[in-house]
Design a protein around this ligand. Sequence first.
Ligand SMILES: CCC/C=C/C(=O)SCCNC(=O)CCNC(=O)[C@H](O)C(C)(C)COP(=O)([O-])OP(=O)([O-])OC[C@H]1O[C@@H](n2cnc3c(N)ncnc32)[C@H](O)[C@@H]1OP(=O)([O-])[O-]
Ligand SMILES: Cc1cc2nc3c(=O)[nH]c(=O)nc-3n(C[C@H](O)[C@H](O)[C@H](O)COP(=O)(O)OP(=O)(O)OC[C@H]3O[C@@H](n4cnc5c(N)ncnc54)[C@H](O)[C@@H]3O)c2cc1C
Length: 673
Amino acid sequence: MANTTTDDSRKENNQDLTLERSNASFNINEITEIIDGGVDKTKFRKEMEKLLFDDPLFKDFYKTFFKTRSELYEESIARGVKLFSLRQKYKWTDEQFEVIEDLVNHLFGMSLHFTMFIPSLERLATETQKAKWLPLATNFKILGTYAQTEMGHGTYLQGLETTATYDPVTEEFILNTPHKSSMKWWPGSLGKSSTHALVQAVLIINGKNYGMHPFMLQLRSLDNHMPLPGIEVGDIGPKMTVNYNDNGFLLLKNVRIPRQHMLMKHAQVSSDGKYTSSGPNKAIYATMVLVRVKMTKWVHDALRKAITTAVRYSAVRHQSKMDDSGPEPQILDYQTQQYKLFPVLADTYALFFMSRNLRRQYNRMMEDIRNKGSYKMLAEIHSISCGLKGLSSKIGIDGASICRTACGGHGYLMVAGISEVLGLLHSVVTAEGEYTVVCLQTARYLMKQIAKVSVGEVVTESCEYLNVDPQSFSCPLQTPADCFNLTFLCDIFRNRANSLIRSVASRLQIAIESGTPQHIAMNNNLQSLVRVAEAHSETIMVLDFTAAVTSLRTSPETIKVLTSLCQLHALHTIVKHAGDFMETESVGLEQIKWIREQELKLLEIIRPNAVALVDAFDLHDDSLGSLLGVYDGNVYERLYESTKYNPMNQNVVHPSYHKYLKPLMSGEMISKL
Ligand SMILES: CCC/C=C/C(=O)SCCNC(=O)CCNC(=O)[C@H](O)C(C)(C)COP(=O)([O-])OP(=O)([O-])OC[C@H]1O[C@@H](n2cnc3c(N)ncnc32)[C@H](O)[C@@H]1OP(=O)([O-])[O-]
Ligand SMILES: Cc1cc2nc3c(=O)[nH]c(=O)nc-3n(C[C@H](O)[C@H](O)[C@H](O)COP(=O)(O)OP(=O)(O)OC[C@H]3O[C@@H](n4cnc5c(N)ncnc54)[C@H](O)[C@@H]3O)c2cc1C
């Protein structure tokens, strides 16, 4: 496939794309560098593309769609081993490895080793434990996963059933999965690959239940990879996507591990069975916070692949006629096509700026924990990362579905690459905290913050807008042109979230004061609570995008085009939830009409730069993984070429003809009945 950086096929680009690119009003390199994080990082990424995509192991992503599960798994292990070895050789940092993970679409075995296993050791183990296990893990002497979810419980961690019972006589924990529902079910890389797992289990000492705690468990022999006594482990079966990953199950029967194998940074069990704890009680959930933060960026990474494909394909695809005497137009010229795709493009950029800011906030929190032992920011980061992980996965799924349908029939082919992206996004909406469940965590925090405001406290960070009384708000949009004013739009988002949060809080309070049991009052308001979490998260996204475009130090043309996207993201979100915005009197009926008109104007403004705006993501074709979205636009040639690789076409006459069709057609089959 064409290499966007070096391949000569760039000279033979499809003419439509050549023209689109020459029409761009801004220099795409400026945006590429913003997204990569600077010139040096762009240089690093391009070097990595060269290193990886010159290697047949990482080339031609679309060929994976023709493979069996076992072939996919084996190839992903080969990729993982290559990447881990390269990581060691070049001493890549975690940040650099994240760039590589995205380049190869996370398609490599043992990815949880770096995503969850090592981060869990770093966050949950004592210094002595780290000194023992981290060198083994970073030198690949052991390969690990994170085993928390069980067949019966993924969400409700207090319901986990795997037990770790302390035996003071031998100073060991005895691990058991007492019922079918207790078996670990889902952990990535557990089925066939991992030698070790960080197992979350209920700690029991002298019959007393101390709740979920993390334990280091060796699963397989380091000599022959056979499961150790008392351990049954395997693959859970085919999934919607990510079939290269051996998501696994694990049954434990009286498996004994030394006392020192409980990760004891936050809670300790002494040799005589005394339990002590330190730090916040949810500190053992730390790895989940990290991965939720990372997932918001994964959604941006995935969605930019779908939108790049859909926009480029819409520029090369011609269909129908607008005017009987004219040529068939590019489908990108239909207003309806623009209305499908440009808001997704705007969302993709919004996701980038939001996830960048979230990661910066997370890093600051980790510095505070490391340097000052301060967990002050944990509740805030837990709350926003839950809501933003949820919202971004929803935006991703909705956006990629739109991209899929916007590519018509060819979008339905696996080689179009969008189904793969969509499947990946479906894993993000569920894994690491199911959508509704994480939204409810955010809502719980919002209810606490508004309760503070109601007793005169001042709240900060993402909830600062709650200090303002919505009664004092009046819609700032006085003319249609005001709909482009980002300051006004931010105020409108703040007011809508503020009003919704207060209204649910007051409904809950009234219900509880009138004698409704708290759990019933909560359940009667669960949907509204999810809605406030969404409103809060959407506000954060608009504020982050606005803050980013208003502080950019780049050319006026680039600022202009990103500002249009920011405006479209905000206006389109208002249109999607027009009911909410009107119900809270954040905008009136007249303003909604203006917003709809201005939204359509933005489509026209963005149209000349649409292809350049996806080119700015600078995705290598082997990373994009789509035959419809290739840089050179030679889509039909690529589709035809792919049929030659298709194993179904290896025989001109398929063996099933001789076995079934021929006997049917000759009457032999019917005469046998
Ligand atoms: C590569 C990807 C592969 C995928 C991997 C996976 O999926 S791995 C598997 C991924 N699995 C999942 O993601 C499972 C999803 N489920 C869960 O995370 C939990 O069961 C729960 C959070 C839903 C409830 O937990 P619970 O019943 O223990 O809690 P509760 O309701 O009694 O109290 C809530 C209190 O705890 C606080 N708090 C909560 N979490 C955190 C945190 N991380 N940090 C800090 N604080 C946190 C919260 O703020 C609230 O504080 P408040 O208001 O009292 O001051
Ligand atoms: C691709 C993939 C990879 C994964 N990798 C791992 C891994 O590496 N390690 C690991 O330990 N786990 C892993 N998981 C498991 C994952 O974390 C859980 O599936 C996830 O947390 C959701 O939990 P659940 O399956 O129990 O869903 P459920 O909680 O059963 O959700 C089903 C429905 O019930 C609703 N529901 C549940 N509780 C509530 C509530 N309190 N209020 C309102 N509605 C509720 C949900 O909203 C949802 O609609 C993975 C899952 C997937 C899909």
